[in-house]
Write a protein that binds this ligand. Structure first.
Ligand SMILES: Cc1cc2nc3c(=O)[nH]c(=O)nc-3n(C[C@H](O)[C@H](O)[C@H](O)COP(=O)(O)OP(=O)(O)OC[C@H]3O[C@@H](n4cnc5c(N)ncnc54)[C@H](O)[C@@H]3O)c2cc1C
Length: 434
């Protein structure tokens, strides 16, 4: 199956179209092959290009580079995420391990941006974990304790303060955390493409159809060509399972998001002219909603089991209606037809939320499964999997590998059934927050 994406994503449409797209049409041999050109694959390619200036490195994507989830996300570079807020001493240790990885992820993105002077609308404005329901107060108070114990600055805010900060009276309480960055994900990933080292060849619109180990090499067949490589890194995230990689440990989830047009001066005044902000839900299935630097509103309020290769326009339209309702609930005075674009994107999950970072066979490596933290963690994991594949060790790899490994998942049809049931349960729990 081939990845077919919609052309609607505002983050992508903000950018100039790329030229000089190369499609793989022949047979090639190389030292290194990376499959998937999102944050993970691009970072792996960048690192390998630096490490091996005289080796032959190829990076291939099924669609245009960076135009998968890496451009289609909400743009939160996170330092912390909320599970259920209730953290025992033992869990605190695990939470710290996760936060240590997030910190390294932020450092990796910061280093890239500084080195290449990237403008990606970087804003260290922190984020709000917000709720419209008083029953979430305990979760937020407990989360606040966890964060304080680990040294993350945070404070609880109530309705009046939130009206002023966010321009909506929808939320009645929120935990504001000072850390975390909002950015333009399309600009960031485009910069990673534009700055690929000279010795990395990029092929796009070239889907990997199958692969097999062939003595010391790996032979990969694409739609119109093939590549024989000494080492390979799989960086296809939500499509790992479809390529048979760690298939009992990860599964794809489809998300959809919408973005409004730029608010007029009058509309912006009517909501109190707030500064850029980002809200994450307290309950996992609630809406992520963001006011961008240029006064657009982004909302993401669906997550489901769906065919990861394609979402039809009519399916997308149905989800867009949910996003229109989500915006209306929070900003009732804004016009009904304010949404400019709606798009879908694929994330990858494991059952215990651990990421995948592994050598799966001689010369075969994989990194992925970051759920909603792939901007930083994907950038970090891409670099570090390239280093691991070079048989080197770093303290970053130590931190990454200190986390629990993903746990085994049941086979189909039990897996889909289990996930769907869980998502329905979470959707019901979060119904007021969508
Ligand atoms: C709506 C949405 C909101 C999100 N919000 C956030 C957020 O706010 N913050 C955050 O950190 N993360 C967020 N995420 C998650 C984040 O986008 C991902 O974790 C991140 O993009 C993963 O990067 P990646 O490079 O590993 O994978 P991807 O960006 O998915 O790249 C994988 C690439 O592999 C390619 N590929 C797949 N199959 C093949 C094949 N057979 N042959 C060749 N190439 C193939 C794909 O075309 C794709 O380009 C969100 C995701 C979505 C969809």
């Amino acid at each position: 199956m081939e990845v077919i994406n919609d052309n609607n994503c505002s983050w992508i449409n903000d950018l100039n179209s790329r030229t000089n797209i190369k499609v793989l049409t022949t047979h090639k041999n190389c030292d290194w092959l990376i499959i998937g050109a999102g944050y993970t694959g691009l970072s792996a390619a960048r690192k390998l290009g630096q490490l091996y200036p005289n080796q032959n490195i190829i990076l291939v994507d099924a669609q245009l580079a960076g135009e998968g989830a890496s451009s289609r996300n909400s743009g939160y570079l996170v330092d912390t995420t909320l599970n259920d807020g209730f953290t025992s001493n033992k869990d605190l240790e695990n939470y710290k391990k996760k936060a240590d990885i997030y910190k390294l992820g932020i450092d990796a993105v910061k280093k890239f941006i500084k080195e290449h002077q990237v403008d990606c609308d970087w804003n260290e404005c922190g984020k709000y974990f917000a709720s419209s329901s008083i029953e979430d107060r305990n979760t937020l108070k407990n989360f606040s304790k966890t964060l304080s114990r680990l040294g993350f600055e945070n404070n609880l805010l109530y309705k009046d303060q939130l009206i002023e900060k966010l321009g909506t009276s929808f939320y009645i309480l929120a935990l504001y955390t000072k850390g975390g960055i909002l950015l333009h994900p399309g600009k960031l990933v485009r910069a990673m493409i534009d700055t690929l080292p000279y010795n990395v060849q990029l092929f796009e619109n070239s889907s990997l159809l199958n692969w097999k180990k062939n003595n010391d090499a790996v032979l990969c067949n694409f739609r119109n060509g093939s590549i024989n490589t000494k080492k390979i890194i799989f960086a296809t995230n939500g499509y790992l399972k479809s390529l048979g990689i760690k298939k009992n440990y990860n599964f794809p989830i489809t998300l959809t998001a919408s973005m409004t047009r730029i608010l007029t001066d009058e509309e912006f005044k009517s909501i109190g002219e707030p500064k850029e902000w980002g809200v994450l839900p307290v309950k996992p299935m609630g809406a992520t909603i963001r006011m961008t630097k240029d006064r657009r509103i982004l909302i993401r309020n669906t997550a489901e089991v769906h065919n990861p290769f394609k979402m039809s326009q009519s399916d997308l339209d149905k989800r867009s209606i949910k996003q229109r309702i989500g915006i209306k609930k929070r900003f009732p005075h804004l016009p009904d037809d304010i949404i400019k674009s709606s798009w879908s994107g694929i994330v990858s999950r494991t059952s215990n939320s651990s990421q995948i970072f592994e050598k799966i066979d001689d010369n075969i490596f994989v990194a992925g499964c970051y759920n909603g933290s792939g901007i930083g963690v994907g950038t970090l994991f891409g670099e570090q999997i390239a280093i691991k594949a070079s048989n080197e060790h770093t303290k970053e790899i130590e931190t990454i590998e200190a986390r629990n490994k993903p746990t085994w998942l049941p086979p189909q049809p039990f897996l889909d059934l289990g996930i769907k049931t869980r998502l329905i349960y979470e959707r019901i729990r979060a119904r007021s927050e969508i």
